[in-house]
Design a protein around this ligand. Structure first.
Ligand SMILES: Cc1cc2nc3c(=O)[nH]c(=O)nc-3n(C[C@H](O)[C@H](O)[C@H](O)COP(=O)(O)O)c2cc1C
Length: 220
């Protein structure tokens, strides 16, 4: 039995491609794995706080030395980290905003990439001071973009700070099994958008099947 954490980060509702595709993935997953559980978090419409000075003080002070303000700030982060660590599989929708992720999703990352919780810092180990703590998990990322051509060797490859960033930051905490499914051409519309949505939907259906094989339903 697996636990999914489903996260959306588009501020758009029904018009959001990433939101529609993550929902499609999770619905198909629940059909294939009715006993699996899902937690939903919407950072696009209910943003988490940004890191501030009390947060930093709380993150790096021993529990007994935290001020009430620092404890409150880091308490939110602790809840988000607990929720994150409880999942086996992450299904995340991320629009491209100015070649990277929306600031709401960046704020979420800053809350969950935590020394001592999702990675450890060991300065005495000069060759490998940062060690990941989030191991054995899988991630599916549905990206949505107005333009296209952000893949390897394509015309916008060098402007893509979205997938490489997501791969880097989640790899840093130990999540290296990440599948990206893009929806592109939102700004062009017409057949180029329709074709991209159709491709993404096919990839979602295939991936639900492929991941299902790695998480077989246990027969009673
Ligand atoms: C503030 C903002 C910045 C954007 N920046 C980019 C960009 O850098 N590159 C791009 O291809 N599309 C860009 N877009 C278009 C979105 O990525 C596109 O509309 C996408 O479909 C949004 O995701 P959603 O459909 O899940 O809401 C931007 C849109 C907005 C609102």
């Amino acid at each position: 039995m697996a636990h999914l954490l489903h996260i959306d980060s588009s501020p758009r509702g029904e018009r959001s491609h990433s939101r529609r595709l993550t929902r499609e993935f999770v619905e198909a997953w629940k059909q294939a794995h009715p006993t699996d559980s899902v937690t939903y978090r919407d950072v696009g419409r209910n943003p988490v706080p940004h890191v501030d000075e009390p947060w930093i003080a709380g993150a790096y002070a021993p529990l007994e030395q935290r001020t009430p303000e620092a404890q409150a700030a880091i308490g939110i982060s602790d809840q988000l980290v607990d929720e994150f660590l409880a999942a086996d599989l992450y299904v995340i929708g991320i629009p491209m905003y100015n070649f990277s992720v929306p600031s709401t999703f960046k704020a979420y990352i800053d809350q969950i990439v935590r020394a001592g919780r999702t990675f450890v810092f060991e300065p005495e180990d000069a060759t490998n001071p940062y060690k990941p703590l989030v191991l054995g998990k899988k991630m599916v990322v549905i990206t949505a973009r107005g333009d296209s051509g952000f893949g390897p060797g394509e015309r916008n490859e060098k402007m893509n700070y979205q997938d490489p960033y997501v791969r880097t930051v989640f790899g840093f905490i130990g999540i290296t099994d990440i599948t990206f499914i893009p929806v592109e051409n939102d700004e062009f519309g017409g057949t180029s958008l329709a074709q991209s949505i159709a491709n993404a939907r096919t990839q979602v259906a295939q991936l639900v099947g492929a991941l299902a094989m790695q998480h077989p339903i246990v027969q009673p």
